[in-house]
Design a protein around this ligand. Structure first.
Ligand code: FAD
Length: 450
């Protein structure tokens, strides 16, 4: 029998390994594994687990209509494979090749070694057919890839396998993933159906202010596409989005905005397929334990209580929604790297865990940009320049809602009488910012410097 192994490709449409598995016309087992090695890896968070769980529920519903079962195990794939192979014999595994985290690369090597030893074929596909190293005109190549026909799988052609229930029960080793239940409504929900809804509402309605939403933390919550988690977990392929977008442009929906959107998609794929290395949380920890004061400062950064309004608003927004515009992700990164360098590795994991759309190659591409090695992004200048930032600050810092703009950007300027007037008490209702994080002002130049 053959196995179709889902990972970060939780969809059925435009799924090359699924198509190949159907064409092979052999009995097929559909498998997803909540792998302990991924759950325990430093970048993972229950919000990712919940998104995956919702995606699997969606796939299960669709497959059930064709009488098919998606087997979900709570075990490492290799352990599951070993048992199934021993009992039933596996000919071929069809899957995409997941990349970007050290633990995943190691796991892939182990699976490869096992398959070689047992003469199992592992057809691990790439999302783009030609390897980009051999491509000179990347944009032309990308457009050609995006225009390829999308395959809708004929699920009725799948020959299901039936395994004994007792045997299936043995394949999971950890508890139920109900632990991923998070009772709130701020996160986007997972699944191909949800992805389609977000895509349609963006192309037909929300793109109306897409250009204005760029760099605008307030508008972007509604008018950016918000498709990144769906792309990161594979609920929709970039090709599906590209083709729907081209169709919308043809029909006259927001051509200027949607062309800009296509450029973002291109940038996504370009970075993904030209960046081969991810990173891991476990590296470069300093030998000496940081002192208590620095540790507390790091905790304040993590919780959005540093005393610098834009930094706090950005962090609180990320914690609550899993989403931030790129410029604010850059800001949090800059504070971490330049003001809390001894916590860099821990802080990066914190950002990754709380980004619903965490994708290791994209994330670490930005983390390793040379600008972060030398420059501290000025949080006051950023908050004064960013359009509609005032609204964003007021949403995420309700304790500062009464402050007029000049103090909202720089609450440390409040004198005692002003604190009383606006009911903002520095050090009690809102923290006092660390001195080193407050940009100095050269009076002659009237310009903020860092
Ligand atoms: C420090 C840092 C870390 C980041 N980490 C991630 C990550 O882990 N996962 C992730 O998906 N994106 C990451 N990004 C890129 C970007 O922030 C998000 O893709 C974008 O904010 C998602 O919002 P959207 O879907 O509304 O984007 P839209 O503006 O609507 O763009 C559409 C799609 O294009 C892609 N895209 C948009 N902006 C970028 C960009 N700057 N670089 C590459 N692709 C882009 C995304 O797939 C996005 O869904 C990171 C950026 C920075 C600066």
């Amino acid at each position: 029998m053959n196995i179709l192994w889902f990972q970060r490709d939780l969809r059925l449409v435009d799924h090359a390994p699924l198509q190949a598995a159907i064409d092979a016309e052999q009995p097929l087992m559909l498998v997803y594994c909540y792998e302990p090695l991924v759950l325990n890896e430093g970048h993972f968070n229950s919000r990712h687990g919940r998104f995956i769980m919702e995606s699997l529920q969606n796939l299960t519903r669709t497959l059930k209509e064709s009488g098919l079962v998606l087997h979900v195990f709570r075990n490492d794939f290799l352990a599951v494979l070993r048992k199934i192979h021993r009992r039933y014999g596996v000919d071929t595994i069809f899957s995409y090749r997941e990349k970007g985290l050290r633990a995943i690369e190691q796991r892939n090597q182990e699976i490869e070694a096992f398959c070689q030893e047992q003469e199992i074929q592992w057809q691990a596909s790439e999302p783009l057919e030609i390897l980009p190293e051999r491509v000179t005109d990347w944009k032309r190549f990308w457009r050609k890839e995006m225009q390829k026909t999308i395959h809708y799988p004929e699920l009725s052609r799948i020959k299901p396998v039936s395994l004994s229930i007792g045997f299936i029960d043995q394949l999971s080793v950890i508890d139920s993933p109900d632990q991923f239940y998070i009772p709130d409504f701020h996160f986007q929900r997972g699944g191909p159906d949800q992805a389609q809804e977000w895509l349609t509402s963006f192309l037909k309605i929300r793109a109306v202010q897409y250009l204005e939403a760029d760099n605008n933390p307030y508008l972007s919550r509604y008018n950016a596409s918000r498709l990144s988690p769906y792309i990161a977990w594979g609920n929709v392929s970039v090709r599906q989005i590209y083709q729907s977008c081209q169709q919308a442009i043809k029909e006259g929906f927001y051509p200027k905005a949607l062309k800009d959107f296509l450029d973002h998609l291109y940038r996504h794929d370009y970075i993904l397929f030209t960046t081969h290395q991810g990173y891991a949380c476990d590296q470069d920890r300093p030998d000496a334990a940081p002192d208590e004061e620095r540790q507390q400062l790091f905790e304040r950064w993590k919780r959005g209580n540093s005393g610098v309004p834009l930094v706090d608003a950005a962090m609180r927004c990320l914690l609550e929604t899993g989403y931030l515009i790129p410029r604010l992700r850059q800001l949090l990164l800059s504070v971490l790297k330049q003001r809390l360098p001894e916590f860099e590795s821990e802080g990066l994991c914190w950002l990754a865990q709380h980004s619903l759309d965490f994708e290791p190659r994209l994330f670490y591409y930005y983390v390793s940009q040379p600008i972060h090695q030398r420059k501290f992004l000025n949080p006051v200048l950023e908050s004064q320049r960013m359009p509609a930032c005032i609204h964003f600050l007021r949403i995420w810092l309700p304790e500062l809602v009464n402050l007029p703009p000049r103090f909202l950007h720089e609450p440390w300027r409040l004198k005692k009488a002003e604190q009383k007037r606006y009911s903002v008490w520095l050090g009690s209702s809102y923290p006092i910012a660390p001195k080193a994080w407050i940009p100095r002002i050269r009076k002659q130049q009237k310009k903020l410097v860092v």
